[in-house]
Ligand binder design. Structure first.
Ligand SMILES: C[S@@+](CC[C@H](N)C(=O)[O-])C[C@H]1O[C@@H](n2cnc3c(N)ncnc32)[C@H](O)[C@@H]1O
Length: 266
C-alpha cells in the first residue's frame, strides 16, 4: 500500500500547516545530527528538506559545507528558498534523484516513511552506493503507526460513509531495525540505530489534529469533499478525546516514537 505519490501529485504539502509545530518537528533533526560523526564534510544533501528547517540545523553545524536541499513539494521548496535564500534548494523526487557529485552526508529527517516499502530501501542503497568511503547516510522516521493518533485515523477512515473512497489510503509500515541493519550493513562499516519517544505537550485534542493535518492525516482528508472532511474530523476528534486523557493543566500529551539510523559507508 503506498499512496504517497498520488497524494503528493494531487495535493501539495502546505509549508504553513507543517510549520505550526516547527520546534517539535525540528528537535529530532537536531538529535539525529548530534549522532553524525563527520567534522568537516564538503558536501551535504538534505533529502526531503521540507521548508528548510532541517537544512538550517545542518547549516548551523556545518557553515562551510556545500549544502543542498531537495524535496518533491513545490510549496515546501518555495518556503525553503525564501527562508534561506543563500542555500541551494530544488524540487526533486527521491525516487529519481541522482547526485551530481559525491556526497559526504546524506541526511533525511522525517521523509522515508512517505516512500513505498521497497522503494525507500532501494533509494537509500542506491544513494549510499554513490558515496565515498567514510561518508554518512543518516535518517530519522516516525514510528507512530501503532499510536492512538494513527490507529484512530485508520479506524475513522474505515467506519464512515467515506470508507470506500479511503480504502486504499495508508502508509506502508517501516522496515524493522533488524531489516534496516541487514539491508545497509553490506554497504557500511557501521550501522547505528536508536529509538526515542518524544512526549509533546499540546494545547488540547484539536491540536493533535492540527499536528497530523500537516503530515499523516493529509492522504485521508485530501480526497474528501468539504462536508465529508468536516464530518471525518469531528468523528476523529471524538475518538481522540476518548483515547488521550487531559493532563493536570488541561493539555494533552502526544507520545511520538521515532527511529534513527546512522550508517557509515564502507
Ligand atoms: C515531514 S516533512 C519533513 C521536512 C523536514 N525534513 C523536517 O525535518 O521537518 C516530509 C517531507 O518529505 C517530502 N517528500 C515526501 N515524499 C518525497 C519524495 N518522494 N521525494 C522528495 N521529497 C519527498 C515532503 O514533500 C515533505 O516536505
Amino acid at each position: 500500500m503506498s499512496t504517497s505519490a498520488t497524494a503528493n501529485a494531487a495535493h501539495d504539502w502546505s509549508a504553513t500547516q507543517y510549520l505550526k509545530f516547527k520546534d517539535e518537528r525540528t528537535q529530532p533533526a537536531r538529535d539525529l545530527l548530534a549522532r553524525v560523526p563527520l567534522q568537516n564534510p564538503k558536501t551535504i544533501v538534505d533529502l526531503g528538506c521540507g521548508p528548510g528547517n532541517s537544512t538550517a540545523v545542518l547549516e548551523s553545524r556545518y557553515p562551510d559545507a556545500h549544502l543542498v536541499g531537495i524535496d518533491s513539494s513545490p510549496d515546501m521548496i518555495k518556503k525553503a528558498k525564501s527562508t534561506i535564500p543563500h542555500l541551494e534548494f530544488s524540487v526533486q523526487d527521491l525516487n529519481s534523484y541522482e547526485p551530481s557529485k559525491p556526497v559526504d552526508i546524506f541526511y533525511s529527517n522525517a521523509v522515508f516513511q512517505w516512500l513505498g516499502k521497497e522503494e525507500r530501501i532501494n533509494v537509500i542503497k542506491r544513494l549510499m552506493a554513490t558515496q565515498p568511503s567514510g561518508g554518512v547516510f543518516a535518517f530519522q522516521v516516525p514510528d507512530n503507526l501503532d499510536e492512538p493518533s494513527h490507529v484512530l485515523m485508520r479506524e475513522t477512515a474505515n467506519s464512515g460513509p467515506w470508507a470506500t473512497k479511503l480504502q486504499s489510503v495508508g502508509r506502508d509500515t517501516f522496515q524493522s531495525p533488524l531489516e534496516i541493519y541487514d539491508q545497509l550493513k553490506p554497504l557500511s562499516s557501521e550501522v547505528s540505530l536508536f529509538h526515542t519517544s518524544y512526549y509533546h505537550s499540546l494545547e488540547n485534542h484539536e491540536a493533535i489534529i492540527e499536528w497530523v493535518k500537516g503530515t499523516g492525516l493529509r492522504p485521508y482528508v485530501d480526497p474528501l469533499e468539504p462536508q465529508e472532511k468536516e464530518a471525518f474530523l469531528k468523528e476523529y476528534l471524538k475518538r481522540l478525546q476518548g483515547a488521550y486523557p487531559s493532563s493536570v493543566d488541561g493539555r494533552v500529551l502526544l507520545k511520538y516514537p521515532r527511529l534513527f539510523v546512522v550508517a557509515i559507508k564502507q
